[in-house]
Write a protein that binds this ligand. Structure first.
Ligand code: ADP
Length: 508
């Protein structure tokens, strides 16, 4: 596991709507409140935003009354106030409004509006500070105002589903907000999208949580700190994570009290594989692509490659395998093994293997600088530092391979997008990567990707070399693997059914 910190980032985008005031309670349907710090495309730093959006859509399609609440990070033109209130936060009382946003979602989307807390140039931090110093107060205000809003609307959820650490104390706080006579049976579900981010705060920040006087006071994880996530782990009826292998890894492997908290309740920890949205990630009708393609017509993929090579200033050469990389430049993603000065293998790969790279990412400054340097000195490397949904789609479509040497990977979405776009993943043997990529078998030529054995630089080098050799000497196998990759389906319909089962068992 890498150093634990609080997830940082940026915000952008928008889209939609719903009717927040009409409680529908059909037979067999549940009222589900989703609390998330990210939502695609309104505010996104990683897979959390995509997963929350798609899961909420899928549950809504199954007839559930789902509402999603998020902090209001940026103003959208079409917003309607549906509630307001104030929360005692520390020594002050903070006023908030609940705004229903119209940004194109199929479900009611409610933003907690408290401008001095949320209207900033980032979700968790900005260019000056990677984490805002008042994040405990910000996210406590978020979940407290969210539950307060439910009370004001008279819409009391059956299920409160929190994602990652940001609203995790709501698993305990709900017990003081929703009185049993109003709420009836109610269950709290906490989904861990990334166990490496735990919401640690100085212990005196506990007074923001609204829990300090209750017997559900967050457990102090060291004399100086407490963790939002740990509080959620102790008070949720069920804990889920985003792939079965990652569920096993975090329950079995962790030596610390977080893993201990999971082990104590390992029968209520469930791994449910994320899906992807095949409407957004469909190479046959992806509006970002210059040429569509599909299983029956892969010519468009090669045309996308040529076009991207031109756009990125790479030599146009369809014989050179193009390797894509997109993501947060963080230790979790293997940046030391790739880029660490005097250690990382990316430079050696570029110098000794005949390949091209199209790289898109943001994150740790040193890694950004190293990537820019590599791009400047290697004509076969294109580096784009930034966040671009459009370029991400183009890289997925144009690349022959996608390199993802993560130290750990709860689920991973990029390898799923890669499979859908006939781009063969080269991945480490961890978490959701194990559950979604089938290893190339040299004896039969079957598989959908290549595995790195171990997370050391030379192992990454070897895996890339193996993939490139198959490309050079067994091209028909690559074509066969592409067909198999595109036939694989990881849908949210399957995932939503599994979540429904978890909700029902928690309510029981
Ligand atoms: P994580 O959530 O750990 O960052 P995932 O693979 O689960 O990793 O999801 C990452 C998501 O964020 C994908 O949708 C990926 O395309 C997107 N993404 C990450 N960085 C960028 C970037 N710089 N530009 C565009 N999309 C990005």
């Amino acid at each position: 596991m890498p150093a634990m910190d609080n997830r940082h980032a940026r915000s952008d985008g928008f889209s939609c709507v719903g009717d927040a005031k009409t409680p529908i309670q059909r037979h067999g349907t549940m009222r589900i409140l989703m609390l998330s710090s990210e939502l695609y495309p309104y505010a996104k730093t990683g897979g959390l935003a995509d997963a929350v959006r798609a899961l909420t859509d899928a549950l809504r399609e199954n007839g559930h009354d789902v509402r999603l609440m998020i902090p209001e990070y940026c103003l959208t033109p079409d917003r309607k106030k549906i509630a307001e209130g104030s929360i005692p936060l520390g020594f002050a009382r903070v006023s908030y409004k609940a705004q229903q946003l119209a940004i194109g979602t199929s479900f009611p989307l409610i933003a907690i509006d408290a401008p001095s807390f949320f209207l900033r140039k980032g979700i968790y931090g900005d260019a000056e500070q990677s984490e805002f110093s008042d994040n405990a107060a910000r996210f406590a205000l978020f979940y407290r105002a969210a539950l307060d809003t439910c009370n004001t609307l008279g819409w009391i959820p059956d299920i409160i589903h929190c994602h990652d650490w940001h609203a995790a104390p709501a698993m305990a706080y709900r017990k003081s907000v929703f009185l049993p006579e109003r709420s009836g049976a109610q269950a709290g579900i906490l989904t861990i999208h990334n166990f490496g981010y735990r919401g640690f705060f100085p212990v005196h920040d506990i007074h923001y949580t609204g829990l300090e006087k209750l017997d559900v006071r967050p457990k102090v994880s060291s004399p100086d700190t407490f963790s939002f996530l740990l509080c959620g782990l102790h008070h949720a009826e069920r804990v889920t994570t985003v792939s079965p292998t990652y569920a096993r890894e975090i329950v079995q492997d962790g030596p610390d009290e977080f893993a201990g908290a999971l082990r104590q309740r390992s029968d209520s920890v469930v791994g449910i594989l994320n899906g992807i949205d095949y409407d957004l990630w469909n190479p046959e009708k992806d509006p970002f692509l210059p040429f569509p393609f599909g299983r029956d017509n892969l010519a468009g993929k090669e045309a996308c490659k040529v076009k991207l090579q031109q756009e990125l200033g790479l030599p146009v050469d369809t014989d050179l395998p193009l390797i894509g990389m997109i993501g947060r430049l963080a230790s979790q993603k293997g940046i030391e093994e790739l880029l660490g000065p005097g250690y990382g293998c990316l430079e050696k790969i570029c110098q000794t293997l005949s390949v091209q790279f199209a790289i898109l990412g943001t994150g740790e400054r040193w890694a950004e600088e190293e990537l820019i340097r590599l791009g400047n000195f290697n004509q076969n490397v294109s580096t784009t530092i930034g966040f671009s949904e459009e370029l991400a789609h183009k890289i997925e479509a144009a690349s022959d391979f996608f390199l993802m040497p993560s130290r750990y990977e709860p689920c991973g979405l990029n390898q799923l997008y890669s499979l859908a776009y006939a781009t063969l993943p080269i991945v480490t043997r961890t978490g959701g990567l194990c559950d979604t990529v089938e290893e190339y078998d040299p004896a039969t030529g079957k598989g959908t990707g290549f595995f790195v054995s171990g997370e050391l630089p030379h192992a990454i080098f070897d895996a890339v070399q193996s993939a490139v050799n198959v490309w050079r000497f067994h091209r028909s196998r690559i074509e066969h693997m592409r067909q198999t990759a595109m036939s694989r389906r990881f849908t949210w319909e399957q995932a939503a059914l599994a979540y429904e089962k978890v909700y029902l068992s928690a309510l029981r």
